[in-house]
Design a protein around this ligand. Structure first.
Ligand SMILES: [Zn+2]
Length: 424
C-alpha cells in the first residue's frame, strides 16, 4: 500500500523527536515567511531594508538575519499606516473583529483563538460548564478564550470581569465545573463565597481552574489544590495580545511548553541575535498566522529555553517562567541579571536591610559590586559573603566581583536595585 505523507496534529508534534519536529516547524516557518512577504507590504519592506529575501531564511538559525519587530515599531507603523501598519495579510472586510490594547495597538481577530494544545488533564470536556472571567470588552482575552473553550466542547458562561457577588451566585446556581481567569480573581470569589456563609469546598462544584495572567500565581495555585481540591491546569500560560499564545503549562507543572504554532526564539535584546538554551534573553515570536504575520516580534519579556523533555511526554522546549521585562535587566559578561533575580537572592538573607548591585566597566571588563547594608551590626561577614556568593551564582548564573559593606543609610530608600554605570 502506498504511504501518504500527512501533516502531524498538534499533540503529535508535541511528542515528536525534537529534530523531526524542527523539520515540520521550519517547513511551516518558510511557508509563513514566503506568504507574509507576498501579502503583507510591511514585511516585504522590512526584508528589502535588510537586503534579504525569503530564500535567505531556510532554518531557525537564519531568522537572526531579520531585524526584530518591536511593539514600539508596530505602534509607529500603525500610526503612519492605519490600522495595521502594513502587516495585515488579508483584506480588511474579511476580519471578524478588531481589538485594541494599550499603546494604542490594534489587533485583528485571528482564525484561531488563544492557545490550543495546553495541558488538558483527564476528565475534562463535553457538557461541562465553564465560567470565563477574562474581559470581553475591547481586548482579545475574553472572546479568544471563549472561542477556544467552545471549540473543546465546553459550555461557556461569559462572565467577564468584576461583580463578585454575581460570580458567586452563578458559580453555585449552575454547578460550574471550571473557572478560567486570573488566580487572584478566583481567590476573591472564594473569599466572597465564604463571607456570604458558604463552605466553598462543600457547597460548590468547582473541579478545575485554568488560571494565568499574573506573575507569582504559584502560592494561590497550591492553595486552590490543597485546600479546595480544585485541580489547577497547566501552571501558567504565556500569551500576548499581539501574537497570541506562546507557551502553555502542562499537568506536571514544570514550566510552559512552547506552542507548535509558532517559532519561538530567545535573543539578546541589544543585538537581536539568538542565544543558547539556558541563557536568559528576550522572547521573540514568529506566529504561523496568515491574517497578521508579525515575523520576529520582540515581546520585551525575558525567559530562557529549557530543552530537556518533560515527564508529561511532550518533547517541546519549555520556558520555566517569565523573568521580567528586558528593559530592566542588565547584561553582564554575557548573562542577563534582572532585579527579580537579585531580589530573590537577597530575600534569603533577612540580615540584609538594603542592597544595590552596581555594574561598571574598568579596563573593558564588566565588574559587579554588590553593596549591602545590614539591619544590625554583629553579622558574620565572611560567612554571609560565602553564602551570598553561592546563592547569587546559582540564581543569576554569573558571579559578583566584590561585596561592599555600606554604612547604615548609605543606600537611600527606594534606590534602584541594579545600577548600570558602564560607559561604552
Ligand atoms: Zn510537560
Amino acid at each position: 500500500m502506498e504511504k501518504k505523507e500527512s501533516k502531524p496534529l498538534p499533540h503529535e508534534l508535541e511528542r515528536m523527536a525534537p529534530k523531526e519536529r524542527q523539520k515540520h516547524l521550519e517547513e511551516r516557518m518558510r511557508g509563513i515567511i514566503a506568504y507574509a512577504y507576498e501579502k503583507a507590504p510591511a514585511v516585504k519592506e522590512r526584508f528589502d531594508k535588510a537586503g534579504i529575501t525569503p530564500d535567505d531564511i531556510r532554518t531557525v538559525k537564519d531568522l537572526d538575519k531579520i531585524p526584530l519587530l518591536r511593539k514600539d515599531d508596530l505602534i509607529a507603523l500603525q500610526k503612519a499606516d492605519p490600522p495595521f501598519g502594513g502587516y495585515l495579510a488579508v483584506s480588511l472586510d474579511s476580519l471578524e473583529r478588531i481589538y485594541q490594547s494599550p499603546g494604542p495597538i490594534y489587533d485583528p481577530q485571528r482564525k484561531r483563538g488563544f492557545g490550543a494544545g495546553g495541558g488538558m488533564g483527564p476528565g475534562f470536556g463535553k457538557g461541562q460548564i465553564v465560567m470565563n472571567t477574562w474581559s470581553y470588552h475591547v481586548t482579545p482575552a475574553g472572546l479568544g478564550v471563549d472561542q477556544l473553550l467552545r471549540g473543546m466542547g465546553f459550555t461557556v458562561v461569559p462572565m467577564g470581569t468584576g461583580n463578585t457577588e454575581l460570580q458567586v451566585q452563578v458559580m453555585r446556581d449552575l454547578k460550574v465545573h471550571g473557572f478560567v481567569g486570573t488566580p487572584s480573581f478566583l481567590k476573591i470569589i472564594i473569599d466572597k463565597a465564604e463571607e456570604m456563609g458558604y463552605n466553598f469546598k462543600k457547597d460548590f462544584n468547582l473541579k478545575w481552574a485554568m488560571v494565568s495572567g499574573e506573575m507569582g500565581g504559584e502560592p494561590l495555585r497550591k492553595l486552590f489544590q490543597d485546600k479546595y481540591g480544585i485541580f489547577c491546569m497547566g501552571g501558567d500560560a504565556y500569551a500576548t495580545a499581539d501574537v497570541g499564545t506562546v507557551a502553555t503549562g502542562c499537568e506536571k507543572q514544570s514550566g510552559m511548553h512552547i506552542t507548535a504554532d509558532a517559532i519561538v526564539e530567545i535573543v539578546d535584546p541589544a543585538t537581536g541575535k539568538q542565544l543558547e538554551p539556558g541563557e536568559v534573553g528576550e522572547i521573540v515570536v514568529t506566529p504561523f498566522d496568515e491574517v497578521y504575520p508579525l515575523i520576529r516580534f520582540g515581546t520585551g519579556d525575558l525567559s530562557m529555553m529549557v530543552e530537556e523533555s518533560c515527564e508529561c511526554g511532550r518533547t517541546t522546549p519549555r520556558l520555566p517562567k517569565i523573568m521580567g521585562r528586558s528593559g530592566e535587566a542588565v547584561r553582564v559578561r554575557g548573562m542577563f541579571v534582572h532585579p527579580k533575580q537579585t531580589d530573590e537572592v537577597i530575600a534569603k538573607f533577612p540580615e540584609i536591610r538594603r542592597y544595590q548591585l552596581v555594574v561598571t566597566r574598568p579596563q573593558d571588563r564588566d565588574e559587579m559590586v554588590l553593596k549591602v547594608e545590614f539591619a544590625d551590626d554583629g553579622v558574620d561577614k565572611e560567612k554571609l559573603k560565602n553564602a551570598l556568593d553561592k546563592s547569587f551564582r546559582d540564581t543569576c548564573k554569573v558571579r559578583f566581583d566584590r561585596m561592599d559593606f555600606a554604612a547604615k543609610g548609605a543606600i537611600p530608600e527606594g534606590a534602584k536595585h541594579i545600577v548600570d554605570e558602564r560607559v561604552y
